[in-house]
Design a protein around this ligand. Structure first.
Ligand SMILES: *[C@@H]1O[C@H](CO)[C@@H](O)[C@H](O)[C@H]1NC(C)=O
Length: 149
């Protein structure tokens, strides 16, 4: 390829890198498999969460089980300790998921993550679980964030 194609490809790659989905680690999704985690707006990695703002979290996953219910449990891990991180809607069935959950189906779990102004300005790891009827995780993800003013 010539130099122009090369530059074009390079910029294309940079463009992809900027719109990159959130990097996460799986912390034990046994009733499902995570496909993609998207947080908006999140221009940098780790995501910078501004106090007083709300973020949209969109987790695409495939279910491996049937479940009537789905409940989100969110923790902030600070200095190794999990601290409950309250979210307005815990019910996954009211967060973009049509329940009952069917086996081998793809779902988008979409909810809001409000960042309270009284939160400290720290870096932490968010652990987000969505539990099925038997309290197994449809997904469990961990991703780093930075809370900023
Ligand atoms: C969630 O993410 C999926 C995959 O990118 C997308 O198809 C879907 O439209 C998103 N849903 C919302 C409400 O943003």
């Amino acid at each position: 390829m010539d130099i122009r194609t090369c530059v074009f490809v390079l910029f294309g790659l940079i463009g992809l890198a900027c719109a990159e989905p959130v990097k996460y680690i799986d912390c034990g999704s046994i009733s499902g498999k995570v496909v993609l985690v998207d947080i908006k707006p999140c221009a940098t990695q780790p995501c910078q969460l501004h106090k007083g703002q709300s973020y949209s979290v969109n987790v695409t996953f495939n279910s491996a089980v049937e479940s009537q219910s789905s409940n989100a449990v969110v923790h902030g891990i600070v200095a190794g300790l999990p601290i409950p991180f309250p979210i307005p809607v815990q019910d996954g069935c009211k967060s973009g998921i049509q329940c009952p959950i069917q086996k081998q189906q793809k779902y988008h779990y979409v909810t809001a993550l409000p960042v309270k102004s009284e939160y400290p300005s720290i870096k932490l790891v968010v652990e987000w679980e969505l539990r099925d009827d038997t309290k197994n995780d449809l997904f469990c993800i961990r991703f780093p964030v930075q809370i900023v003013s």
